[in-house]
Design a protein around this ligand. Structure first.
Ligand code: AMP
Ligand code: ZN
Length: 484
């Protein structure tokens, strides 16, 4: 497509909007920090991947050949983002009395199911951390002499050996006391393990031989190695949730500076990626997002309650990725209704031919849509242009269809294939079948026609008792809805 509005993206490293200029002409290479597969992802985690997906779709829409990598962390992420605690996978494996490999496979599959349900496009590569351990050892070996020191517990990166450590987080070498648990012998509070040795006398389920003894890689090392191997330093964009701006990404940057230092250690030239982008959090005030709370907010819980997963995708699109987004069931209800209206409009697209005004106004809408997505992915505004086109009575349906096809390639709401019936998901708790509902509703209609209100009311009460909300005259065309 013609690039009428240059793509501007917010770079967390400079805290500024920057015009996207690819490292390799016509290409966009993007790395996204993926999940640690020790548990189900919560819907907040999935916001990070909806954001990365929208970024990828916008880059494709703007004509770049996209190479996207998302990693799967199946080793090395400790219960604390710094160096404290246990390996999340090791701990979960012992809690569930399963092997780590089993745990990793199970939760990776669950994550991929959520990815598909949210219509997130497959990246070029899912990089699995354990496949890259030899490359991690090699990376660590190359930087060890100049940038690391060995302690009993592992090989540590000395953050004072690179320029401007913590620029991304706006912290300094010695900041972070309390934030990062002290390890005996660490030279600076922010120094971090790039190799964690297996303590003497212990055996880990996952451990590898290395020049520093048996052990496992540090989580930060994994992303530096996989992004560099698969996309080549420097690549274009590195993404993650805003929490990664504080520890994980500054540490990745420090390692990248150490390995890329051909032109000195300057951060801007050697951070590994030109742009670092971060989505803000999805928040939920009552704590249901915490994986330690029995029933936490997983996508499957939303589906079980009768919400189509794309209603959650729409909820994400309604907020700018750099704004915090508060989750509520009312908000999700509203997003589902909005999606339903959009799907109905696309289903109904009436052919009202006023050919002479068609091309100008459609071009205006398309251009505004492009302007919005080019403005640091302003999806809330872009969405309204899609709705304007879908609801317009002046445009020819063929032209509308073409415009919606283009816009949905970015929104990813499946507007051309989704039907209203698809959006009505049966809550898991429901015992009554749709056929039974329809039969009772038909009987109720007959009773009403015969002015037999006693029977009609009794049938309605029967439906209510089965959890069915009867919606006479619903403008969205649903006669009934199952409550969760
Ligand atoms: P994790 O599996 O914990 O490494 O998290 C996966 C991704 O989700 C990372 O990019 C996190 O920064 C991101 N993330 C974690 N919690 C939230 C949240 N509440 N809202 C949005 N993104 C989140
Ligand atoms: Zn990462």
């Amino acid at each position: 497509m013609t690039d009428t509005h240059p793509l501007k993206l917010f770079n967390s490293l400079t805290r500024q909007l920057e015009t996207f200029e690819p490292v390799h002409e016509g290409e966009a290479r993007v790395y996204t920090c993926g999940p640690t597969v020790y548990n189900y992802p919560h819907i907040g985690n999935m916001r990070a991947y909806v954001f990365a997906d929208v970024l990828g779709r916008v880059l494709t829409y703007k004509g770049y050949k996209l190479s996207h990598v998302i990693n799967i962390t199946d080793v090395g992420h400790l219960t604390d983002d710094a160096d404290a605690g246990e390996d999340k996978l090791e701990r979960q494996a012992s809690t569930e009395a399963r092997s780590i490999w089993d745990i990793a496979r199970h939760y990776t599959e669950a994550y991929w199911a959520d990815i598909r349900a949210l219509n997130i496009r497959e990246p070029m590569k899912w990089s699995i951390a354990t496949d890259y351990v030899p490359a991690m050892i090699e990376f660590a070996r190359k930087i060890a002499d100049k940038h690391c020191y060995e302690l009993e517990s592992g090989l540590y990166f000395d953050v004072s050996t690179v320029a401007d450590y913590g620029r991304l987080a706006r912290t300094q070498t010695d900041e972070g006391e309390g934030r990062i648990e002290a390890v005996d012998g660490k030279r600076h509070a922010a120094d971090f393990a790039i190799w964690r040795k297996t303590p003497a006398g212990e055996t880990r389920q996952m451990e590898w031989d290395s020049p520093w003894g048996k052990g496992a890689p540090g989580w930060h090392l994994e992303c530096s190695v996989m992004s560099g191997e698969l996309l080549g330093f420097p690549f274009d964009i590195h993404t993650g949730g805003i929490d990664h701006r504080e520890i994980h990404h500054p540490n990745e940057i420090a390692q990248n500076q150490a390995i890329c230092c051909t032109n000195g250690l300057d951060v801007a030239a050697n951070s590994g990626a030109k742009l670092w982008m971060h989505n803000n959090f999805l928040v939920e005030r009552s704590g249901k997002m915490s994986k330690s709370s029995g029933e936490f907010l997983r996508l499957q819980l939303l589906i079980d309650k009768g919400y189509h997963p794309l209603a959650y995708r729409l909820l994400c699109l309604q907020a700018h990725y750099r704004s915090e987004l508060e989750f509520s069931w009312e908000g999700l209800d509203a997003a589902l209704t909005r999606l339903k209206r959009l799907v109905m409009a696309v289903e109904k697209m009436a052919a009202v031919s006023k050919t002479d005004i068609v091309s100008r106004s459609i071009q205006t809408f398309l251009s505004r849509f492009e302007e919005a997505v080019s403005d640091d992915l302003n999806m809330p505004t872009a969405l309204t242009y899609c709705e304007k086109i879908a609801n317009s009575t002046e445009l020819h349906s063929d032209v509308k269809m073409e415009a919606i096809t283009t816009m949905d390639s970015v929104l990813g709401l499946n507007l051309l294939t989704l039907t209203r019936a698809d959006l009505r998901i049966r809550p898991k708790s429901a015992t009554i079948t749709p056929q039974e509902i329809e039969t009772i509703l038909a009987a109720r209609k007959e009773a009403r026609a015969a002015k037999d209100f006693a029977t009609s009311d009794a049938l309605r009460d029967q439906l209510i008792a089965a959890g069915v909300e009867v919606m006479d005259g619903d403008p969205l065309g649903w006669e009934w809805k199952l409550g969760a």
